[in-house]
Design a binder for this molecule. Structure first.
Ligand code: GDP
Length: 195
């Protein structure tokens, strides 16, 4: 995907602030520190449009990035951050749930997991949660440059197994360092959002 225009539209704390441009949306989720900001920046070919969302106590917002005036990528706050209070987690759950169930523009979800480890319980819940809403899901295994060649196939297999992914469900290894997987992710996003 050639990026001719990428902009952060809004960091929305309230549904009323969600864009009204009617463009198709793809949501990106993953636990804090999984590499979500790095992936967004790599996808959009911008150095630091997306900032890490992992600071504890930070207001939980949905960040909308508009790409080529055709599509919005929606960054949801990283889950599983130990220092975020239970109340904050619950509030965040409600925001996400409301977004997933009500947003007409939503076409698919990219779920990020760290390629070095088994998916966490939170990753598993998120996968099944999104699957329940019948949204197309792409799982991206981040930081693949940190996995040795010998462990690569095994780690990817473990991710499929732990998440109980159907054998034909898409899983793309990605590195924000080397750019591996970027083209495949864009292809999935373009097909899924029909842009
Ligand atoms: P976020 O909290 O999910 O937004 O995560 P960040 O994008 O801020 O990344 C967390 C840390 O992992 C940072 O130190 C990044 O430099 C590092 N990181 C992210 N992606 C990659 C990757 O593909 N390869 C390597 N080696 N490090 C990465």
């Amino acid at each position: 995907m050639k990026i001719t225009d990428a902009q952060m539209l809004i960091s929305a704390v309230d549904e009323k602030q969600y864009p009204k441009d009617g463009l198709p949306e793809i949501v990106l989720s993953g636990r804090s520190n999984v590499g979500k900001s790095s992936l967004i920046n790599k996808l959009l070919q911008r150095k630091s449009l997306a900032r890490t969302s992992s600071s504890p106590g930070k207001t939980q917002t949905l960040n909308f990035y508009q790409v080529n005036h055709k599509l919005n990528l929606v960054d949801v706050p990283g889950y599983g951050y130990a220092k975020v209070s239970k109340k904050q987690r619950e509030q965040f759950g409600q925001i996400i749930e409301h977004y997933l169930t009500n947003r007409q523009e939503l076409m698919g979800a990219v779920i990020l997991v760290d390629s070095r480890h088994d998916p966490s319980d939170d990753d598993e819940s998120m996968y099944h949660y999104v699957d329940y809403y019948d949204l197309p899901i792409l799982v991206v295994a981040t930081k693949i440059d940190k996995v040795t060649h010998n462990h690569r196939a095994g780690n990817l297999q473990r991710i499929r197994k732990v998440l109980q992914m159907p054998s034909d469900a898409p899983l793309i290894p990605f590195s924000a360092m080397t750019g591996e997987g970027r083209a495949e992710i864009w292809q999935w996003i373009s097909e899924t959002s029909q842009t």
